[in-house]
Design a protein around this ligand. Sequence first.
Ligand code: SME
Length: 177
Amino acid sequence: MSDGILLPKFPRGTLLPEADRVARLKEALPQIRAVVEGESDPVAVEATLACLFWETFVQTNWCGFYRVVAPGMLAVGPYQGGMGCLRIPFHRGVCGAAARDRQTQLVPDVHAFPGHIACDDATRSELVIPIVAAGALRGVLDLDSPHPEGFGAEEARILEDFLGGGWMERLDWGDLG
Ligand code: SME
């Protein structure tokens, strides 16, 4: 096992000020990119991203992927945290909305989001980013926090740029496209 990436340590659940979270994310992403460089297997990449995003986003209680496995259907992929729902249809929850609309969902208060799926009652905010690569929606990255407003617009934008930056196009996604 490697030591992962080099970042200051904080206890799980710590909500750092937004400026510190953004700085931490900017410090982490080049390291994360270097770790997955050259790997073409989507599960290997998603598992590694789930692990390293878990280290980066200390405010999370769940961090991982839902994958498109059939038209209108997501199934859980690699993740860190408590047990997640196994399947999420596109018409349900925050993940479903991100998949259906192919739009990032930044939800500061999940109690105010109609249809939110409470896999973990402790979750209070979410950030879900769709992954579109090689001509198809492949899944979503789901980050959950027990803090209201656990994620900000700048973190969302930086993550969108990272995941949409082109390198994920080159993974062996199979024939969904
Ligand atoms: N809360 C999510 C479901 C996924 S789990 O919490 C891991 C949603 O509403 O999409």
